[in-house]
Design a protein. Structure first.
Length: 174
């Protein structure tokens, strides 16, 4: 019976050692997987950083090339301007507009928009109603617009140019 007991004891001891060996191998495998994953993440982060640096360098090169072609940034266009200013223009229009009788009878109120071109010398031409009211208001707005004195011309890239402009002529509204 002692032999049977010894045999079982040896068998249990071997099974225990084998089980511990398997656990140890599994732990080593998990550690290897973790270290491989960490290494892959570090490599990926390095690659992303390198790509970002390359993109930044390309953008900087593009900007530098664009700036070499230009000595200075392009100037924004300057609109034509009524010589005494916007408030004086409104006073001029209010002083010269006569409310047409047909519009007064029908109680027509609103704004007529008149387009025109301010030439390089400040003179005005090509008057037309962009949005009108009718009942004589459109014709009156054109008449008064044509009475305006010369304007300060518009500028583009530092040069005086012909430029279209528009004004609002009010009828019966503040």
């Amino acid at each position: 019976m002692k032999n049977v007991f010894s045999f079982f004891f040896v068998l249990i001891a071997m099974f225990t050692l084998q089980s511990q060996s398997c656990k140890s191998k599994k732990a080593n495998t998990e550690q290897q997987k973790d270290s491989i994953s960490t290494a892959m993440l570090v490599d990926a982060e390095k690659e992303i950083a390198a790509m970002r640096a390359a993109d930044s360098a390309r953008i900087a090169d593009s900007i530098a090339l664009a700036q070499q072609d230009r000595k200075h940034p392009p100037a924004l266009p300057l609109e034509p301007r009524y010589k005494e200013g916007r408030e004086a223009l409104q006073k001029f229009l209010a002083a010269n507009v006569k409310y047409p009788e047909a519009a007064r009878k029908k109680d027509i109120k609103g704004i007529v928009y008149v387009d025109f071109v301010v030439m390089q010398d400040g003179s005005l031409k090509d008057f037309k109603v962009r949005q009108g009211l009718g009942y004589g208001c459109d014709e009156e707005a054109l008449r008064v617009a044509k009475l305006m004195p010369a304007w300060e011309p518009g500028k583009k890239d530092g040069k005086t140019v012909d430029m279209e402009y528009n004004i609002a002529v009010k009828f019966g509204v503040e």
